[in-house]
Design a protein around this ligand. Structure first.
Ligand SMILES: Cc1cc2nc3c(=O)[nH]c(=O)nc-3n(C[C@H](O)[C@H](O)[C@H](O)COP(=O)(O)OP(=O)(O)OC[C@H]3O[C@@H](n4cnc5c(N)ncnc54)[C@H](O)[C@@H]3O)c2cc1C
Length: 597
């Protein structure tokens, strides 16, 4: 059976030493969160994930969700109790303002919990994760009355949330959406239509489910300009917050799917269900984007999480499995063979995963800090800079962390040889679970288009220019330190590749949009590799300082420095390949007529 240990020490190092979380103590909710408090919160988070969620991962996968004839959905055995423990621990409401029943703590502290929970049990973690996303949209765009009515119960986990975008004919292209909203005499709307693939659409974990549903008000313009967002509760809520009648929404079926079997992926039928408009009519996508951006970061974390849990198990296996001898001669002559960790190729796989995980974790925490700055800083310039960074990095994190998360789950499975293919070891589940993160919440190709088509040109390229400026300053600040050269020089070169690719796009994409489309995926990965490298530069600098300050940490920090070096030597050169592909343009790719394929 696979095991999981939450990487609390690594998160603490990143927060305290690398990102210097204490710099933000002036922000609302940060003042009381001392390093001791953070350590305590993360230790509790880790304990719940290791002891309660992880043991349900394999059984949840094997047993899946069941839909009864009346449309009720039962989650796998143990999920109800686990959800009660998760909600009861205040984890859903952790970043929610106190006036809405939360703890008002930084979102940055809820991010490690998302990682640990997704690593321990990704299917389970989606129930609270979607609730947090729905809460964020509601708190940003809901009316005071809507917030009062729904938010506290959701923060408590008595009610959960969902996001309903997808329809049979409408996936990526939301302009094709047909779910209808007809105004009612009482000021509400009557919602009719079918949504498919709705995660956590129906289940037995909570008293009520608050669906956030995109629909088109009768007579609204066609396309994305005519879409509005509605709250559609499974059970209607009375003015005093008590539960009323069952609403006209039901689960028609649950999907049989490749992974995340413990999460109910539902076809949801809306048959004249009562809905309540959030925000302005026809501005629904704008409101839903809050949830989508939050969810994209959450999905990026799922990629990292599957990579981490798969790595931990592969590493343990590589230390125990005896096969062959080291190329340099037996390492363990008393045994019949050496552990497979002695083989360079096994190390290649493990090091590639490790070098990704530790920097990717830093990037998710940095993004969470930016999100806190956006929502809590009194300084308008700081808010704008953080918003620009977050906007630029969200598609990169979603696309790159989930692509590499899946690749890494496969690599970790490979470490097990044939045993990785056998269910009882649990590695094939990590592969199956990791796969969806590349697809939902905007398929990764769409993330790449969002990056190149929207995020790069926005505000005259302000975000990417700030990225280059920050990166240049970081590298310059460490450039004259001899010990930092193995990290600074390759990152500088990779940054040069990114600059060339950005310039090529500026010169070649405007007149010929297919050039942008053809370059976008490689550009997203190129930017992702550079962002990981910059994080490794920060980690390396922090590791040198920590080693000098706390000699007892030397071995741990040396491991960081070796891993940073590995990233620079063996993973970062990929930026050259990406650039070479980008500058070939779209002509060859687009030249085959459909009947020539
Ligand atoms: C397990 C699961 C859970 C899900 N949970 C939810 C949920 O909770 N709520 C929800 O609303 N939806 C959910 N989804 C739906 C998911 O978000 C969509 O499947 C996804 O957005 C892609 O839409 P599609 O499947 O219709 O693919 P399509 O839009 O048909 O895309 C097919 C392929 O074409 C590519 N493509 C499409 N348009 C373009 C373009 N303009 N340029 C370049 N490439 C393009 C895509 O990248 C993709 O590779 C879930 C799906 C699954 C499988």
């Amino acid at each position: 059976m696979p095991s999981y240990r939450a990487p609390v020490d690594d998160t603490l190092f990143l927060l305290n030493d690398v990102l210097q979380y204490q710099r933000f103590s002036g922000l609302k909710g940060f003042a009381d969160v001392t390093p001791d408090v953070i350590a305590q919160i993360l230790a509790e988070a880790g304990k719940l994930c290791e002891e309660v969620l992880a043991p349900l991962n394999q059984s949840g996968d094997a047993n899946g969700c069941r839909r009864d004839a009346d449309g009720a959905v039962r989650t796998p055995a143990g999920f109800r109790e686990a959800f009660a423990a998760y909600a009861g621990g205040g984890w859903i409401g952790l970043p929610v303002p106190e006036e809405y029943g939360g703890q008002g703590l930084p979102f940055t502290l809820s991010t490690p919990m998302s990682e640990y929970a997704s690593a321990a049990n990704m299917a389970f973690a989606m129930y609270p994760g979607l609730t947090q996303g729905a809460l964020a949209a509601l708190l940003t765009h809901g009316s005071d009355e809507q917030k009062r009515l729904y938010a506290p119960k959701m923060a408590e986990g008595r009610w959960t949330g969902t996001m309903n975008l997808t329809e049979p004919q409408c996936g990526t292209d939301l302009g094709l959406l047909t779910t209808k909203a007809v105004p009612r005499a009482d000021g509400g709307y009557s919602i009719t239509g079918q949504k498919i693939f709705i995660s956590a659409g129906e289940h037995d974990l909570a008293e009520n489910i608050i669906h956030l549903v995109l629909a088109r008000i009768e007579g609204a313009p066609a396309g994305v300009k005519g879409i509005s967002l509605f709250i559609v509760p499974k059970v209607l809520v009375n003015a005093d917050g008590s539960l009323g009648q069952r609403n006209g929404v039901s689960c028609g079926s649950i999907e049989e799917k490749m992974g995340i079997h413990g999460n109910a992926t539902c076809v949801m039928n809306y048959d004249g269900a009562q809905g309540f408009l959030i925000g302005e009519p026809n501005r629904g996508l704008n409101a839903m984007f809050v949830m989508m951006n939050e969810a994209r970061l959450g999905v990026a974390i799922q990629g990292l999480a599957q990579s981490e849990v798969a790595y931990q198990n592969a590493l343990a296996y590589a230390k125990e499995r005896l096969q062959g001898r080291a190329l340099t001669g037996p390492k363990d002559p008393d045994k019949k063979a050496d552990p497979i960790l002695v083989h360079p190729d096994v190390r290649r796989m493990l090091m590639e995963i490790k070098a990704f995980n530790e920097a990717a974790r830093g990037l998710t925490l940095a993004a969470a800090l930016d999100s806190d700055v956006v929502h809590r800083s009194p300084d308008a310039a700081a808010r704008q800079a953080a918003e620009d960074r977050l906007g630029l990095m969200t598609p990169v994190l979603k696309g790159v962390l989930t692509d590499l998360g899946f690749d890494n789950a496969v690599k970790a499975q490979q470490v097990f040889g044939g045993h990785g293919y056998i269910r009882e070891w649990g590695m094939e589940q990590f592969v199956r679970d990791a796969r969806i993160a590349m697809i939902y919440e905007g398929a990764n190709g769409i993330q790449a288009l969002d990056l190149v088509g929207r995020k790069l040109p926005r505000d005259g390229g302000r975000a990417i220019m700030a990225f280059f400026k920050d990166a240049g300053e970081l590298l310059q600040s460490h450039g004259d330190k001899e010990a930092m050269k193995p990290f600074v020089a390759p990152t500088q070169a990779a940054l040069g590749d990114l600059q060339k690719a950005s310039m090529w796009l500026m010169q070649n994409a405007m007149a010929k949009p297919d050039n942008a489309g053809a370059a976008s995926y490689d550009y997203m990965h190129l930017l992702g590799r550079v962002a990981l490298a910059l994080m490794w530069v920060k980690i390396a600098a922090a590791a040198f300082e920590k080693k000098a300050r706390e000699p007892e940490q030397a071995a741990r920090m040396d491991a960081k420095l070796v891993t940073a070096r590995f990233y620079m030597e063996r993973m970062l050169p990929e930026t050259g390949l990406r650039l070479a592909r980008i500058v070939t343009g779209a002509d060859t790719m687009m030249s085959l007529a459909a009947d020539m394929f």
